[in-house]
Design a protein around this ligand. Structure first.
Ligand SMILES: *[C@@H]1O[C@H](CO)[C@@H](O)[C@H](O)[C@H]1NC(C)=O
Ligand SMILES: *[C@@H]1O[C@H](CO)[C@@H](O)[C@H](O)[C@H]1NC(C)=O
Ligand SMILES: *[C@@H]1O[C@H](CO)[C@@H](O)[C@H](O)[C@H]1NC(C)=O
Ligand SMILES: *[C@@H]1O[C@H](CO)[C@@H](O)[C@H](O)[C@H]1NC(C)=O
Ligand SMILES: *[C@@H]1O[C@H](CO)[C@@H](O)[C@H](O)[C@H]1NC(C)=O
Length: 435
């Protein structure tokens, strides 16, 4: 921003200077309406040379800004043909952000980051949907309506659900599901957007948050086996990810926590939306239907909210150790078509199963430290859980799918070494009895 101002100031100064020189020369010949043609030519050439120099200077300043600015304000339009041959100019794709809020006045922390990091408000309009009718939070959000074109909508239904005794403690989850349903209906049915990026009010985002979603948009829309792009890696703790900030994966596990979905998916799942635990419901095969999400090696969101419906212990144990990416990866300038199923599957299978197989004891002892990557095999649910605990990765399943798994394979880093925790090469499908 500062550099842009400098550029403008320099241009303005030079333009003024040109005008002044011109006027001075004109005044030296007050009697003549037109100066002699010789003088005029000299003057012309002078001005043109000056303009050329100015343009050269301007371009120098621009490239200087390009090199040093870690947040490019403008993208040269990247044009990627998708499978149908359609072409996306990614700088023209509008990706609205739906921020789900309730009663946390610290929503300004999330909003500030979204506003600071988005390229333009036209490309990334922000809608804050607020439940809970919490006045102090509403007042915080209202300030952004005035200054940053944020749209503030309020979930109107504040009734409590009638729950039996054993479900009473889950009231918060029922309200969240109701809020999501209402808010997503607003985005897709009222505002008629074709895509949405969903975040919650307790998320920090990485510098390339918007770049990541822009660049993966063509994958989302052209690969029918991809139904979401997520900013989250469930095993993305400090020390458990590599430094490869540009590395992305396909994941059979729906991660949530900053994710993008298309309207057509909402038209499919919205009408049968559940009354509670919506994320586990989405993970169920009845909804997922073998579709996958794109997820990063290093998380593009992390949560700062300790207080919340699902947090507390889970926050202390897992969420607070998540590594938030701090680099800007120019994803829109990269060829991401390796993520398309037909490219990814054969490549990923080779990558994993060409990796030497070792025992978990060998991983732990460091006796295979000289190898870049190792593969550890599991065959039963019990074996998965016991080994996962030893290696420090998430050990739970949802609808039979381990967190972050693709074709059963969990990829993570252990003491600097890439580990593929994988089923046998002849793996066919998940067993929903693994819970
Ligand atoms: C600076 O970057 C912008 C956008 O990426 C590009 O249009 C422009 O040509 C670049 N300028 C120079 C001098 O590299
Ligand atoms: C959010 O607002 C509160 C109260 O106005 C302020 O103290 C805090 O610094 C703000 N946080 C950020 C990240 O701007
Ligand atoms: C409000 O929410 C309750 C519980 O989810 C539901 O039963 C009721 O129909 C809703 N009311 C309206 C007007 O949508
Ligand atoms: C919603 O957008 C679609 C294109 O995405 C368009 O065909 C349709 O007419 C729009 N509907 C309304 C009600 O604006
Ligand atoms: C992009 O990568 C795919 C393989 O993943 C390759 O087939 C294609 O040729 C690449 N496209 C360009 C423009 O490099």
């Amino acid at each position: 921003m500062r550099r842009r101002h400098v550029v403008s100031a320099v241009v303005a100064v030079f333009l003024c200077w040109n005008v002044i020189i011109y006027l001075i020369l004109m005044l030296r010949h007050p009697g003549k309406v037109i100066p002699p043609s010789m003088e005029l030519d000299i003057l012309d050439t002078g001005i043109q040379n000056q303009l050329k120099q100015n343009l050269a200077l301007l371009s120098k300043l621009q490239s200087l800004r390009n090199e040093t600015g870690n947040k490019p304000k403008t993208h040269s339009p990247i044009v990627l043909p998708d499978r149908k041959g359609d072409v996306h100019d990614l700088s023209k794709v509008v990706l609205p952000v739906l921020l789900i809020a309730c009663d946390r006045v610290t929503v300004n922390r999330s909003l500030n980051q979204l506003i600071r990091l988005r390229t333009t408000k036209e490309q990334f309009p922000i809608i804050v949907s607020q439940d809970c009718a919490h006045k102090p939070t509403a007042e915080v959000i209202q300030k952004y309506v005035v200054t940053d074109n944020v749209v503030h909508i309020m979930q109107p239904n504040q009734t409590n659900m009638e729950l039996n005794k054993k479900d009473k403690k889950f009231l918060g989850y029922y309200k969240i599901a109701r809020h999501y349903k209402w808010a997503l209906d607003q985005v897709f049915l009222k505002f008629n957007y074709s895509t949405v990026i969903i975040v919650e009010d307790d998320l920090d985002i990485s510098p390339d948050f918007f770049e990541y979603f822009s660049a993966t948009y063509p994958i989302l829309t052209s690969d029918p086996s991809v139904w979401c792009v997520s900013a989250w890696n469930d095993n993305g703790k400090n020390g458990m990810v590599s430094e490869e900030a540009e590395l992305l994966y396909r994941s059979d596990f729906f991660p949530g926590l900053g994710w993008m979905m298309e309207r057509k998916t909402w038209l499919e799942i919205g009408p049968k939306w559940p009354i509670t635990f919506w994320d586990d419901w989405m993970r169920h095969q009845d909804q997922r239907k073998d579709r996958v999400c794109i997820r990063p090696e290093i998380c593009r969101t992390s949560t700062f909210g300790k207080k919340g419906v699902s947090k507390g212990l889970y926050f202390e144990k897992h969420l607070k150790h998540i590594k938030l990416n701090d680099q800007f990866v120019a994803f829109t300038k990269k060829n991401l078509s390796y993520l398309m199923k037909e490219n990814y599957d054969p490549w990923f299978k080779r990558l994993v199963y060409d990796t030497p197989e070792v025992t978990v004891a060998e991983v732990m002892s460091g006796s295979k430290k000289h190898l870049k990557a190792l593969r550890v095999t599991y065959t039963t649910k019990e074996q998965f859980k016991a080994t996962a605990k030893k290696l420090g990765i998430m050990d739970d399943f949802k609808a039979g799918v381990p967190r972050v798994a693709y074709r059963g394979v969990v990829s993570f880093v252990h003491h600097g070494q890439r580990i593929y925790f994988a089923p046998k090469p002849d793996w066919q499908k998940y067993d929903i009895k693994w819970t």
